[in-house]
Write a protein that binds this ligand. Structure first.
Ligand code: PBG
Length: 335
């Protein structure tokens, strides 16, 4: 039977839409709280829960307040949280030295969260942008070039440090060439055979990261764009090459980022490579929905469910979203 043979009225497609029970039975994809990853920002200080101005209802937590994060993640059955640090400006340097400080914010957060038994995993970004005074993910030469191989050397050390502090997933988000293989080799050498690597393989040079750069305090430092390492927004085949190389080098899972404008990339990677594929609904996507709904331009709940459902339809296995704790309340809409 080919699509061209379908004919009305023998085929009335509305038959399978006439009532909720039959819509449920013929639904092709599923969205559940099982699919969600929650990004969390951490900062220095005591008893701090600061709302991020450009991301309403998203907070920076001081480490002593991470109990609240633990409780929210447990209550909403979130499977994975991702930690991002707001490094104090005075600790940012040309070489991002703080990334390798065993007492930095991320290492202390890991210690705190891992001190309780939990049902969720913890993922940590590997990249230098929260730690460099120029806001780039890699080492910057005096001539303004991002140095690939020199950066890889630091990323490998950063990965081992995070694994030593209990990170379950190492997530290189820096887009240097060859870093996955180098990180995987060093993890194996150090007997971290179970540490997962989620590679931000197809990460585009997008304007959608602006609120995140505020959240980690890198936007005012960043003077140039990231186009020499993040992907050209007009490319698609290149995403397949990126993801294939990272899988060959030892990545367990692949990330596509941003999300909603890149559903074609999620679809291709999932279908062509058949590997676990994650989508990141990034900060700009979050804030546009949040502010749009605050202005009563759109309905937040239905919009969030529609976008997250679209990720699933495109083939994403999991979704990183700042909405993760709120989504369990919205999910009744598709029950
Ligand atoms: C940095 C990093 C970025 C995000 C996650 N890790 C920003 C960037 O590349 O500038 C963006 C996340 C978001 O916008 O929600 N390595």
């Amino acid at each position: 039977m080919s699509v061209s043979e379908l004919k009305y009225p023998k085929n009335r497609l509305r038959r399978t839409r006439q009532a909720k029970w039959i819509r449920n039975l013929t639904q092709e994809s599923m969205l559940s709280s099982n699919d969600l990853v929650w990004p969390v920002f951490v900062c220095e200080g005591n008893n701090i829960k600061d709302e991020i101005q450009s991301m309403p209802n998203v907070y920076r937590y001081s480490i002593d307040n991470l109990n609240e994060v633990y409780d929210i993640a447990s209550e909403h059955k979130i499977n994975l949280i991702a930690i991002f640090p707001f490094t104090p400006q005075e600790l940012k340097t040309k070489y991002g030295d703080e990334a390798l400080n065993p007492d930095n914010l991320v290492c202390r957060s890991l210690e705190k969260l891992k001190s309780h038994k939990s049902d969720f995993g913890i993922m940590c970004d590997v990249a230098l942008d929260p730690y460099t005074d120029h806001g780039h993910d890699g080492l910057l030469s005096d001539e303004g070039k991002i140095l690939n191989d020199e950066t890889n050397g630091v990323l490998v050390k950063q990965s081992i440090l995070l694994a030593e502090h209990g990170a379950d997933i190492i997530a290189p988000s820096d887009m240097m060439d060859g870093r996955i293989g180098k990180i995987r080799d060093e993890l194996e050498k150090n007997k971290f055979v179970d540490t997962l690597i989620l590679s931000y393989a197809a990460k585009y040079s997008s304007s959608m990261y602006a609120p995140f750069r505020d959240a980690v305090g890198s936007s005012k430092n960043l003077k140039t764009d990231k186009k020499t390492y993040q992907m050209n927004i007009l490319n698609s085949d290149e995403a397949i090459r990126e993801a294939s190389m990272d899988i060959a080098e030892g990545a367990d899972m692949i990330m596509v980022k941003p999300g909603i404008s890149y559903l074609d990339i999620i679809y291709r990677i999932k279908n062509e490579l058949k590997y676990p594929t994650f989508a990141y609904q990034v900060s700009g996507e979050y804030s546009l929905i949040k502010f749009g709904s605050q202005q009563d331009i759109i309905n937040e709940e239905t919009m969030v469910i529609e976008q997250l459902s679209s990720f699933k339809r495109a083939g994403a296995d999991a979704i990183i979203t700042y909405y993760a704790p709120e989504v369990s309340k919205f999910l009744k809409l598709i029950d």
